[in-house]
Each structure stands twice: as C-alpha cells, then as structure tokens.
Write a protein that binds this ligand. Structure first.
Ligand SMILES: Nc1ncnc2c1ncn2[C@@H]1O[C@H](COP(=O)(O)OP(=O)(O)OP(=O)(O)O)[C@@H](O)[C@H]1O
Ligand SMILES: [Mg+2]
Length: 314
C-alpha cells in the first residue's frame, strides 16, 4: 500500500483499533459481524464482471499476460436492467462535471469466450474503460478500505466522508481540485439515489506511479429502485446518511471537519446543483434507463430538501 508510510502516524489510532495484529505482534481472531451490510446491494454472484480486451468492436475475455482494457458488467439475474441503470446514472454524473471514464452499452453477442453463465433476458452489458491501465501497463490504485486499513466487510461502517475528504485533501497531488471533485460526487450520488457509495467505491490512483490522485468515478447506480424504502447513502456526511434530510449545512460541516476550506467547495456544489437542475430532466428522458426506474429517480428528486430539489415537468 503506497500511501501507508505517509499515513501511518496519522492513522495509528485506526490501525490499533482494527488491526488483526495485536499489541504483542501476534495475530488475533477478528470477529465478523453477522449483521454487516456487506451485501446491501452487492451484485456479487448475480451480476458477473469480466475484464475484456476490445478489438474491432468485439470483446474477448483477457487471458494470460493480456491485460483487459474494459470491465464488462453483465446483466443481473436478480435486479432488472442494471446495465441501463448504471449507464444512465454514470452519464448523468458526467453531465454535471463528474470525471467519468469512457462507458458503453455493449450487445451481449459482441462478447466472446464468456464462461457458461446464467443470463437474464436482456440484451446489453455495461462496459467501462479501465482507468488503471495505460499502454498495456498497470497503474497502481488503492480503494479507501485499503487506505483506511479496513476489512472489506467494514466497507459500510468504520469511516465517514470526512475521513475520506481529509485524506484526499492532505495527500492528493492536487488536494484542492480532488476535494472539490469529491464534494461534487458526494452531491451527485445523493441526487442519483446511489446508496452504495461505500469505502470500496472510492479510490486513489497513482498516474505517475508515485503521486496519489482521486481516481475517476465508477459504480454509480440508482440503487433505490431495487431496494424498497431505501433512504440512506452509505457513510456519514456531517453526521447524517439521510437523503431526505441532507442540506448544504451538512456539506459545510463536512468541509470544516475535513479541514477543506468551505469557500472553495460551495461554488462547486452550486455549479453541480445548477447543472443538474438545468440538464438532467431532459437528459433523463433521453437516456436508456428503464421507464419505471426513471420514474423512481424523478420521485427521489422531488423528495430532496429544498436546497437540493430537482423539478421535472413529467
Ligand atoms: N473503470 C474502472 N477502472 C478500474 N477499476 C475499476 C473500474 N470500475 C471498477 N473498478 C474496480 O472494480 C471494482 C468492482 O467494480 P464495481 O464497483 O463497478 O462493481 P460492483 O460489483 O458493482 O461493486 P460493489 O462491490 O460495490 O457492489 C471496484 O471496486 C474497483 O476497484
Ligand atoms: Mg463497487
């Protein structure tokens, strides 16, 4: 973990509390909480992911030394039209200034050499360009469960967006720009009713192999259309997780607790909000999300606090 030497003194307290190495240096058993929300919306097992190499519009499962340049996420046997949902949510995010990789919907018959898997009666998979690849080389990347030294099953707990914001601001090669981008994404994920923004859905990338930067965004999905009565995002922001209570004041508290100047964040949130209000109602009509899911998203916009409400004519 490349960030560890720099972070070690700062995160010593977390390490002591959660390390599987006890104070005598012996390995101890770690209790796994039966009621962890690890599988809240995890599509593991129901939505297969493949690393594939693209050539002339066809995608081949990457094997041996060949590095895949796309992640292909097949449709889910449990939840309907997840590829269309993820494509739409990521596209909406891109429209309001979120840095997203190249994405596509790919016809399933363009995927070669897939293993025998159960697929629902849907035609398209979601494809996202791998951003930790350049010229067939790997670029180092760490997610925030790794950075904050958490077990994967702790990804919905044990940290908050202030912890992530502080690491980004203090350690990124461009702390201010990345903190501004992080704030924008936090707001966008609230707007898009993505309840799955846990620690492993945020990463730092080392484009020059030395300096950490916030990675492009990935795995933005309107999860609320699959989870009945979902009202929360994944981690605390200004002490709340509630989509329908969160306001600008929580973001101000988040910035202050993260040690990021609020005056440098507020204009980015205002810009995100203005763009979402101006662009999304029309864009959503045109994007390929399932119609019931679109309706669910519009209802969500209508339930947000006045600070954040997005009006639609439909
Ligand atoms: N475009 C990308 N480039 C590089 N790595 C990526 C990209 N998209 C996703 N990843 C990595 O692959 C992992 C799994 O992808 P993703 O989060 O989209 O899948 P998921 O199964 O929906 O995740 P979850 O476990 O959050 O339900 C991510 O946590 C991230 O580490
Ligand atoms: Mg994920």
């Amino acid at each position: 973990m490349m960030l560890m030497p720099k972070l070690f003194p700062f995160y010593l307290c977390f390490l002591r509390a959660h390390s599987i190495i006890n104070e005598n240096g012996k390995v101890k058993a770690v209790k796994f909480d039966k009621f962890t929300q690890e599988n809240k919306f995890s599509l593991a097992g129901v939505q297969m992911k493949f690393s594939m190499k693209e050539k002339d519009g066809r995608y081949n499962l990457s094997k041996g030394n060949v590095l895949g340049d796309w992640i292909i996420k097949a449709p889910s046997t449990k939840h309907k039209f997840v590829p269309l949902n993820e494509y739409t949510a990521m596209s909406l995010a891109g429209l309001v200034g979120v840095d997203i990789p190249e994405i596509k919907l790919v016809e399933l018959d363009k995927l070669d050499n897939l293993p025998q898997i159960n697929l629902p009666d849907e035609k398209q998979a979601f494809a996202i360009k791998r951003f930790e690849r350049a010229d067939d080389q790997r670029i180092h990347m760490e997610d925030f469960a790794q950075i904050l030294v958490k077990h994967p099953h702790e990804k919905y707990r044990s940290a908050n967006y202030e912890n992530i914001g502080k690491v980004i601001y203090d350690f990124s090669g461009d702390g201010l720009a990345d903190a501004q981008q992080f704030a924008r994404r936090l707001l966008v994920n609230i707007f898009l009713a993505n309840g799955d923004t846990h620690l492993k859905n945020w990463s730092l990338l080392y484009p020059d192999q030395i300096t950490p930067r916030l990675s492009p965004a990935y795995n933005i999905v309107t999860t609320s259309v699959y989870i009945e009565n979902e009202t929360q995002y994944a981690l605390n922001l200004g002490k709340t997780k509630e989509w329908y209570s969160v306001t600008m004041a929580h973001f101000q508290s988040w910035a202050e607790k993260s040690g990021i100047p609020w005056r440098a964040i507020k204009p980015h949130l205002d810009d995100t909000l203005n763009k979402a209000r101006g662009l999304w109602p029309d864009a959503l009509n045109k994007l390929p999300m399932n119609d019931d899911h679109k309706e669910g998203l519009r209802n969500h916009w209508n339930k947000l606090q006045n600070d954040f409400k997005i009006e639609t004519l439909n």
